[in-house]
Design a protein around this ligand. Structure first.
Ligand code: BGC
Length: 852
């Protein structure tokens, strides 16, 4: 029998021990340093000096603290391809592993990346919840369940901090959608606030002792989160004992006194902030006490000390104690495999269609889809990093397939409804010039998007900057009329192969300064090019001046589209390759215009004619496998008509290698859904993300995700927790026992047996379901039908059994009593259910919770 430790993180397992000696020494050093600072130095320390850093204060031996996004890689101070980063799969993929230990390993790798790039604090993880499937940034969060989110987040934070790098758990709290994100006032009643939205933060504070939390842009119940004294000073610090810093989301701090009294320690980014000189002036004017500045400065110094930036203070993790180095490529590939969720795998002939036979297949494989060649490996916005390579599904399969297996690729349908940023085939450099045309500096670009935020390339002063030219070479992959365009605001001159395609001014207005970079794509013409023959490209941008910007920012993009082919012809070609093949693998995807930070989704449709593509391919090939390359749910109207459906998320830089592993059965797909996948948007019980008059009411209370789906008649496409592997599991026994640990309700020991034909891993899920009678709580106690109360992974070989003991936290049977403003254990009869998903119970044990 294989027994694998299975207590979920955050439930009292090997935790983060407070290093009492180190804490005391650091505090002494911090107090001594603080005593040497005058008011101006202290207030300077609370304000970004630029986009990502705090000032050094040599007089106390303090180095400059560097922060960087987060969460799937460490970008570093510059948004450039010249300094690439390992790109792990999206947080939804990590959460789909249901493995806090894997999240911890991801965190350790990111700490290693942070050290490599001189970063001290990672702006991650994102632990907001999937309240509505329309949330545009859901790829960056862990799902719809607060317990799973807290457990994965705890593992992640422990991992980053194991390496001596800080985090900012974000966005505290209620940034669950992007529409009007700077100003929206989310009205959330105390119960859902505590039981859902605050819960992951609470678990992480208790289980990982994070060094930082990021205050969100939005308001909650009338107060903006950078000034929210009750939630920041009251709950986060007071009730939970959080001892780290609170940093604003970028540009979220609005009021000097309000922010300081609201518990905000650091206002980012700089140099123009509500702290610094403005704060010193407020103290001098008597608007706020210097003692409040000291409190915030002490916390910032403590953060710096933990990160090893304050002379005389021991860092939280000595260099010698950092974890052993991790191979980023291998880990990215492992997380991708462990996060892939196989939601359907039908029998064709006498076996399920996946895994594909490793030996040569008659007719080979038809790989179809634009994303099979150019996958979307990460989501848009601040989470973007620049990996030095991406393994596409096409590359991955080609490398993994036996030499005799035929592999064809066809696009089938183009998912981009707008001209995309110039990518494959382009080698570009940005050159900055002054008014006279003299070169000030240059920088290699990852693609056609230029974004200089807060900092310009070396040698470039903003005042002197007049134009930026994106120039270089383009080597087409196909012959034909290639389309070119621009995105951004200001003057542009675009030429390709010496032909000027555009010379004029483009304009657009956006409230969100980060969104301004995206602008509206403008197509400016086509140029006939030949595959393999490179051509010179140049886009000169006249930097608009005189625009009031809170941060220094230059951003625009060179856009490019391959020759537009007749959509019918593309579809027909793909159908023919599928007809001729033994198996068709169709990769469908969303685009950066669908899932990104900064805006929400309008619908859950796959863009372009991808649905039609799948339908037509499946009609000619009964062995059609669809791989869904999206960060969060999309509608799959054909899902019951294809042989297999594999949800791949944004799989990171090793996308194709991991996909080949799983399709060919080198490994099984390990994921289980961290979020419910609806049939169609209209079925989703909660969907509204658009505020009315600035207010978004969370009227559904505690009923989001499966908590809401289970109360309605219409079922989702795939329920929370669902996911198939390549073997079968029998659930043999479930034993519920009392526990002497104060925070543990009971322990549940589950024994499962691998009843299939190959070794595998199972995620044992435990749900707690109150008997109807116990729903009559003496206060507004309406409760979901059941909820996740624990989980653990087990691995077992063929025929082997595995046993796991899971601690069910006491909190699982508590609700937030709004009248008493306290947690209240709800006594009564419950069922503890062990199963494969919320909709697939296997074993049930009764549990009687006595009144306390
Ligand atoms: C995002 C944060 C991010 C910050 C810095 C903001 O727009 O909401 O998550 O850490 O930018 O890039």
């Amino acid at each position: 029998m294989t027994a694998i430790s299975g207590a979920a993180a955050g439930a009292g397992d090997e935790g983060v021990r407070a290093d009492a000696r180190g804490d005391a020494e650091r505090e002494r050093a911090v107090d001594a340093a603080l005593g040497k600072l005058d008011l101006d130095a202290k207030t300077r320390l609370l304000a970004g000096q630029d986009m990502w850093t705090l000032p050094a204060l040599p007089q106390i031996g303090l180095g400059s603290l560097v922060m960087s996004d987060g969460p799937i890689g460490v970008r570093g101070k510059r948004w450039t391809a010249g300094d690439p980063s390992t790109a792990l799969p999206s947080p939804t993929a990590l959460a789909a592993s249901w493995d806090p230990e894997l999240a911890r390993r991801a965190g350790r790798l990111l700490a290693q990346e942070a050290h490599r790039k001189g970063v001290h604090v990672l702006l991650a993880p994102t632990v907001n919840l999937h309240r509505s499937p329309l949330g545009g940034r859901h790829f960056e969060a862990y799902g719809e369940d607060p317990y799973l989110t807290g457990a994965i987040g705890t593992g992640y934070v422990r991992g980053v901090q194991d390496g001596g790098v800080g985090v900012t758990v974000k966005h505290f709290v209620g940034n669950d959608a992007e529409t009007e994100r700077f100003t929206v006032d989310n009205r959330i009643a105390p119960r859902p606030l505590r039981e859902l939205y605050l819960a992951p933060f609470e678990a992480i504070v208790a289980g990982a002792r994070p060094w930082g939390v990021m205050a969100a842009y939005n308001a909650v119940n009338g107060t903006t989160m950078t000034e929210h004294d009750p939630l920041v000073n009251g709950v986060l610090r007071g009730e939970w004992g959080f001892d780290g810093v609170v940093v604003s989301d970028w540009l979220a701090a609005r009021d000097t006194v309000g922010a300081l009294l609201g518990g905000l320690d650091i206002a980012m980014p700089g140099p123009v902030t509500v702290y610094g000189e403005a704060l010193a002036a407020a103290v001098r004017a008597g608007a706020v006490e210097e003692a409040a500045v000291d409190t915030a400065a002490r916390r910032v110094l403590l953060l710096a000390a933990r990160a090893g930036l304050l002379e005389g203070a021991p860092p939280a993790v000595a260099v010698a104690d950092r974890p052993a180095p991790t191979d980023g490529d291998a880990l990215a590939r492992e997380i991708a495999r462990r996060g892939f969720v196989l939601v359907r795998n039908e029998v064709r002939g006498n076996a399920p269609v996946l895994p594909l036979a490793p030996t040569p297949l008659g007719g080979g494989i038809a790989l179809i889809g634009a994303a099979a060649r150019d996958p979307r490996v990460l989501g848009g916005g601040s989470a973007q990093v620049f990996p030095d390579h991406v393994v596409s599904p096409l590359d991955g399969l080609r490398a993994a397939l036996h030499a005799g297996v035929a592999l064809t690729h066809s696009v089938g349908a183009d998912p981009t409804e707008e001209l995309p940023v110039a990518g494959p085939g382009f080698a570009l450099t940005a050159v900055a010039r002054d008014e006279r045309g003299a070169e000030l500096g240059s920088e290699e670009l990852p693609n056609g998007q230029l974004q200089w935020l807060g900092e310009l390339p070396e040698g470039v002063a903003y005042d002197a900057l007049h134009t930026v030219e994106t120039r270089g070479w383009f080597t087409p992959r196909v012959s034909g009329a290639h389309r070119f365009g621009t995105r951004g605001t200001g003057g542009f001159t675009l030429s390709v192969g010496g032909h000027v395609l555009f010379d004029g001014v483009e304009g657009s207005e956006h409230e969100d300064p980060f969104e301004a970079f995206l602008g509206t794509p403008a197509e400016h013409g086509t140029v006939e090019l030949t595959a393999g023959e490179r051509v010179e490209v140049s886009l000169v941008h006249a930097v608009p001046k005189g625009v009031e910007l809170p941060i220094l920012a230059v951003g625009f993009a060179l856009l490019h589209g391959e020759p537009a082919r007749d959509p019918e012809e593309l579809l027909a070609e793909a159908v023919e390759t599928a007809r001729a093949a033994h198996t068709a693998v169709v990769v469908v995807a969303t685009t950066e215009r669908v899932e990104s930070e900064g805006f929400d989704r309008r619908d859950l449709r796959l863009p372009g004619r991808q649905d039609e593509l799948v339908v037509r391919v499946a009609a000619v090939n009964p062995r059609t496998v669809v791989v869904v390359n999206s960060g969060s749910p999309v509608e799959l109207p054909w899902r019951d008509d294809v042989a297999a459906v594999l949800l791949g998320w944004f799989p990171g830089q090793e996308a194709g290698a991991a996909l080949a592993d799983v399709l060919l059965g080198v490994e099984e797909p390990g994921g289980r859904l961290p979020t419910t996948w609806p049939v169609r948007l209209a079925d989703a019980p909660v969907s509204r993300v658009t505020p009315q008059d600035g207010v978004l009411a969370y009227d559904e209370g505690v009923f989001i995700g499966y908590r809401a789906w289970e109360r309605q008649a219409v079922a989702p496409a795939y329920p929370f927790g669902h996911g198939l592997g390549y073997t079968d599991w029998e659930y043999e026994s479930l034993v519920v026992a009392e526990s002497s640990e104060p925070d543990v309700l009971v322990t549940a020991t589950v024994r499962v047996r691998n009843a299939g034909a190959r070794a595998g891993r199972e995620v044992v899920q435990l749900y707690l379901a109150p008997e109807e009678s116990s729903e009559e709580a003496p206060f507004d106690g309406a409760r979901p039908v059941r909820w996740l109360a624990g989980f653990a992974s087990v691995a077992a070989g063929v025929g082997e059994a595995a046993e796991v003991t899971v601690r069910v936290p006491r909190r699982a049977a508590e609700i937030w009593d709004e009248d008493a403003a306290a947690w209240r254990l709800v006594p009564g009869s419950y069922a503890v259910v062990a199963g494969r998903s919320i909709a697939s119970p296997r074993l049930t044990a009764p549990l009687s919770v006595p009144a306390p």
